[in-house]
Write a protein that binds this ligand. Structure first.
Ligand code: PGA
Ligand code: ZN
Length: 446
């Protein structure tokens, strides 16, 4: 069995041009893997803590050299000689070494980079595809499939350009559609929407993750444009494609009310509930993420009771991939879906535990990117491995987003091949991490 030889980290830039952590792990058999971690913009208050340098003279205070140093001097040396397939044991050691409730000492950004690198090394050491290895860790069966995708087309809120309040206007292809057809639909509608926006003189630019940030009067106008776009396409609205939103409502909440430009006065929780019922009925919005702020439990419960039978009520920053909050929400029936973001909790094992807990409660799993992404595509493997219901990786545009969609295309082809009679046994399948590029770093350990 291969063991960990060296772990070494560095600071890199994420898709927003803000520093994040990347980590290389060398095994004693010469294999090497690289893992990097994403970061959020509309971060929830219950997330694990990212350690940043706060040095105003460097990287505008956003540097992560201290987190990198925590890997190079503490976490890396601690894992030398260990078997990378002992993920749970290693994650436990990382958690204990940090010793704080929300990983604020060494940083969830440092800890997750190591945890993810260990998972990749575990897969590589067994010559298994990463999704398959995640499936083994998660205890899921061999029926791997590509989850449905939730694509963002328009951005507002903290991801936008101050035009719209809703953070994400999403399209969700009907679940019976194959991945190839779903990607075709998303690509077609994305570019069709661009044409519609140009025709209307509403084109502005794109937001943080690549969705359009049009100049419109209010949020409802965006749905009208999405309906118009769909009508101008070969697809049928409410048959081939449905809509979703990420409200990121904590960022709309001020002085006890929710502020949206659809109405001059701010919304009470009850008025916002009525707004959602309108979106559901008029625009087939059947997925609503973070509809209320993170402590508005009663409103979450009411919405789930009233709309939950037909609508996904998705908890993102509300749950923060945190098992204690998930436990409480299961008891209180406060949502029926969860957005899973490994960096909200900080280790692969804890992420898998939350997925397991949520699945047992019958919730839907939405495996999600962050707004600050890297080209690390392992979130696609994680989605397939745990058997997520949905993936949320942004629009079908921008390098760091399409890295994930393209990885799904690779996995899709591998799965189709594995189902064909010509396929060799899984252990002989090519390992995505054992690429010539990765192997060329052999012996280059610092
Ligand atoms: P974030 O947003 O990564 O900026 O938190 C993504 C989301 O809310 O889903
Ligand atoms: Zn969200």
């Amino acid at each position: 069995m291969a063991s960990i030889h060296t772990i070494y980290a560095r600071e890199i830039l994420d898709s927003r041009g803000i520093p994040t952590v990347e980590c290389s792990l060398w095994l004693d058999n010469g294999m090497a893997v690289v893992a990097s971690v994403p970061t959020g913009t509309s971060k929830g208050r219950y997330e694990a803590v990212e350690v940043r340098d706060k040095d105003p003279h460097r990287m505008l205070g956003q540097g992560v050299l201290s987190a990198v140093n925590n890997i190079n001097t503490i976490l890396g040396p601690l894992l030398v000689g260990r078997d990378p397939t002992t993920q749970a044991e290693i994650d436990q050691l990382l958690i204990q070494t940090d010793g704080t409730e929300r990983k604020s000492k060494l940083g969830a950004n440092a800890i997750l980079a190591v945890s993810l690198a260990v998972a990749k090394a575990g897969a590589a050491s067994q010559n298994l595809p990463l999704y398959y290895y995640f499936g083994q860790l998660a205890g899921t069966t061999n029926n791997y499939a590509i989850p449905n995708c939730i694509y963002t087309l328009i951005n507002g809120g903290e991801h936008g350009a101050d035009n719209l309040d809703i953070q994400e206007f999403q399209i969700v292809p009907v679940s019976s559609m194959s991945y190839a057809d779903s990607l075709n639909l998303a690509m077609t509608l994305y570019h069709q929407l661009e044409e519609v926006l140009i025709l209307k003189g509403a084109i502005h630019s794109v937001g943080l993750v690549g969705g359009f940030t049009p100049n419109l009067y209010n949020n409802t106008d965006a749905f009208e444009l999405l309906v118009e776009t769909t009508k101008a396409s070969p697809y049928t609205f409410a048959q081939d494609v449905f809509f979703g939103v990420d409200m990121a409502a904590s960022s709309l909440y001020k002085d006890g009310k929710y502020h949206l430009k659809d109405k001059p006065q701010p919304y009470s929780s009850k008025e916002l509930y009525d707004y959602y019922a309108m979106l559901r009925n008029l625009y087939q919005v059947f997925s609503i993420e973070d509809p209320f702020q993170d402590d508005d439990w009663d409103s979450w419960k009411d919405l789930t009771t009233e709309l939950g039978a037909t609508t996904s009520i998705v908890a993102d920053s509300f749950m923060a991939t945190n098992s204690q909050r998930v436990q409480k929400a299961i008891q209180e029936k406060a949502c029926n879906s969860i957005s899973i973001k490994p960096n909200e909790v900080g280790t692969i094992s804890e992420t898998l535990a939350v997925v397991r807990m949520a699945k047992t409660a019958g919730w839907q799993i939405v495996m999600s990117h962050r707004s600050g992404e890297t080209n690390d595509d392992s979130i696609a493997d994680l989605a397939v491995g745990v058997g997520a219901d949905y993936c949320k990786f942004g629009p079908p545009q921008r390098g760091e987003r399409v890295a994930k969609y393209n990885r799904l295309s690779q996995i899709n082809q591998e799965l189709e091949y594995a189902r064909s009679s010509a396929a060799p046994a899984i252990t002989a399948m090519p390992n995505p991490d054992a690429t010539p590029e990765a192997l060329s770093t052999v012996g280059a350990s610092p």
